[in-house]
Design a protein around this ligand. Structure first.
Ligand code: ATP
Length: 227
């Protein structure tokens, strides 16, 4: 559509399986994006209006953007990320798009087929305009990964990696309590680099490689955030 001219728009390749943990949240998002398409006649029959806006909030690096991409993939919908004033060279185009989307969200008819999924890691500074009643029907918290989620995240990010028999992902999950998903991903990738640094013909990433990286990392979450 013409309103997205000048903004990089794509259907992402990320799927729900690429995201560790967050079962309930994934189910809620799945229903919000897939049901109105799959069961559109049932929605009409019962007079249910589809979700028009979802706001994800939570600490950085805990998969808000990735969830939005997986939701777009599931719906075969376009995804574009509007990152705000300072980090963008395309300010005018992106701002025009945001304004258009917000206006569309206000009009019942016009918004048909549009679901806006927004994410922030600074809930206190959410633009008042964004939070106007009726724009976001769902405000969902994306928490830091718990033990089970950390294990699943480690599994996701070692899927394509040859890991040694001595690697116990369950134990690494236990030892990484304050790590975000992004940091766990970084841990896996860095462990691979350490293995290569040790031996450029290495084929397997072993426990000592994971341990070296883990001991050198300082997680960014605090105890208060995981309570
Ligand atoms: P920010 O608030 O900084 O924008 P975010 O919450 O949107 O962060 P993402 O950008 O989705 O976080 O995640 C950063 C990286 O961490 C991604 O590359 C993603 O693969 C990985 N990651 C984070 N959480 C998970 C998870 N639950 N499962 C798998 N990978 C994850």
């Amino acid at each position: 559509p013409s309103i997205t001219r000048g903004v990089a728009v794509d259907i992402p390749k990320v799927t729900w399986e690429d995201i560790g943990g967050l079962k309930d949240l994934k189910r809620k998002l799945q229903q919000a994006v897939e049901w109105p398409i799959k069961y559109s006649t049932a929605f009409e029959r019962l007079g249910i209006s589809p979700t028009r806006g979802i706001l994800l909030h939570g600490p950085p690096g805990c998969s808000k953007t990735t969830l939005a991409k997986a939701a777009a993939h599931a719906a075969q919908a376009c995804f574009f990320s509007l990152r705000g004033r300072n980090s963008s060279s395309n300010v005018t185009v992106e701002e025009r798009l945001l304004t258009t989307l917000l206006t569309e969200m206000d009009g019942l008819e016009e918004a048909k087929g549009i679901l806006v999924l927004a994410a922030t890691n600074r809930p206190n500074v959410i633009d008042a305009a964004l939070m106007r009643p009726g724009r976001f029907d769902k405000v969902l918290y994306v928490p830091p990964p718990d033990l089970e989620a950390r294990y699943e995240i480690l599994c996701v990010h070692t899927r394509k990696m040859q890991i040694g028999d001595d690697v116990d992902l369950g134990r690494i999950a236990e030892d990484t309590e304050l790590f975000t998903g992004a940091e766990l991903e970084g841990l896996c990738m860095e462990a691979g680099i350490v293995a290569l640094r040790e031996n450029i013909s290495a084929t397997v990433v072993c426990d000592r490689h994971f341990q070296t990286v883990k001991n050198s990392l300082k997680p960014s979450l605090t105890e208060a955030e995981i309570d």
